[in-house]
Design a protein around this ligand. Structure first.
Ligand code: GDP
Ligand code: MG
Length: 292
């Protein structure tokens, strides 16, 4: 089967659950999340790769706030945001369906791209209302696929993936596919932590330590990061931790601030210290730490 790849832009009014959906779609496989302070079209990007496909999701938060005065410039911004889309995920909700912006829908239709209308938060209404809303959206987007979901309750998420894969164009992958696709961000995070260790410790400690980011999860409100500092000897562990944990606390606080500045989001950083006697000489471990 030919390889498929493409850019899938998630758009819709604020608060309809775009970010929640994006987190569900990327899940554990989320390999790249970038979040910058300024709102750009790729404010949050998440890549999901399979053997024969790669989906590059973009979240475009809040650009459709229906304030009439700003509408013109917002629509221009949306055009810009959609220039690299292969598929549009248009997210709405039962409540949001009460204020459909027809001009905007016409604008999207003119792009001639596959549109998947996501009716999210169906957990908030009765079945009959869902059916009516699906009909309503089908009238507005006659060519679109319409799928009812609950991003919060993980209902029908695989269906969304199915529909995306159907419309994804044939193309080689845009980004590296292996697990290390997420390397740039994680790597940067581990470098920031390592920098603090270099700043606060002397002699052999900095050279004996390695940092591995074990978990990196970007939620709408906060990015949660769990990292482990590896040292080579048992005697080094209490030094990193410090009296009453003060040293590691200081590393954590300073690193968290820098990471927050770098990714433009609030960060919850958890740090652990472990002894790994031979990480510097073990090929597979070095590889895991990104030294190839
Ligand atoms: P965004 O502004 O479009 O990115 O929306 P968010 O993903 O930040 O979600 C806005 C709010 O809607 C959050 O409080 C979510 O927990 C909530 N939400 C998202 N999806 C669902 C859903 O399927 N059902 C319900 N009841 N709430 C949801
Ligand atoms: Mg959002």
């Amino acid at each position: 089967m030919a390889h498929k790849a493409g850019f899938v832009n998630i758009i819709g009014n604020p608060n309809v659950g775009k970010s929640t959906l994006m987190n569900q779609l990327t899940g554990e496989k989320l390999s790249i999340i970038t979040s910058k302070a300024q709102t750009t079209r790729h404010r949050i990007m998440g890549i999901v790769s399979g053997e024969d496909f790669q989906i590059v999701y973009s979240d475009t938060p809040g650009i459709l706030e229906p304030k009439y005065k700003l509408q013109e410039s917002m629509l221009n911004f949306v055009d810009l945001a959609l220039t690299d889309a292969d598929i549009i995920l248009f997210v709405s909700t039962p409540n949001d369906s009460k204020r459909i912006n027809i001009d905007y829908a016409e604008k999207i239709k003119k792009l001639n791209l596959p549109v998947i209308v996501i009716l999210n938060k169906i957990d908030t209404v009765k079945q009959e209302e869902v059916i009516q809303l699906l009909e309503l959206w089908q009238k507005i987007y006659p060519k679109a696929k319409i799928v009812p979901i609950s991003a919060l309750h993980k209902f029908n998420i695989p269906k969304v993936l199915d529909l995306i894969l159907q419309d994804l164009p044939e193309s080689p992958a845009y980004f590296e596919k292996d697990k290390l696709t997420d390397k740039p961000m994680r790597f940067f995070v581990s470098e920031i932590i390592r920098e603090k260790i270099f700043l606060h410790f002397r002699q052999e400690i900095p050279y004996s330590t390695q940092v591995e980011v074990e978990s990196y999860k970007a939620y709408p409100q906060i990015t949660k990061i769990r990292a482990t500092i590896y040292v080579e000897r048992e005697t080094q562990k209490p030094i990193i931790i410090g009296n009453k944990g003060l040293s590691i606390k200081r590393i954590g606080t300073e690193a968290r601030r820098d990471i927050e500045r770098f990714i433009g989001a609030k960060v919850y950083l958890e740090l652990f210290v472990k002894v790994d006697k031979d990480w510097r000489n073990n090929t597979s471990k070095l590889k895991r730490f990104g030294y190839e």
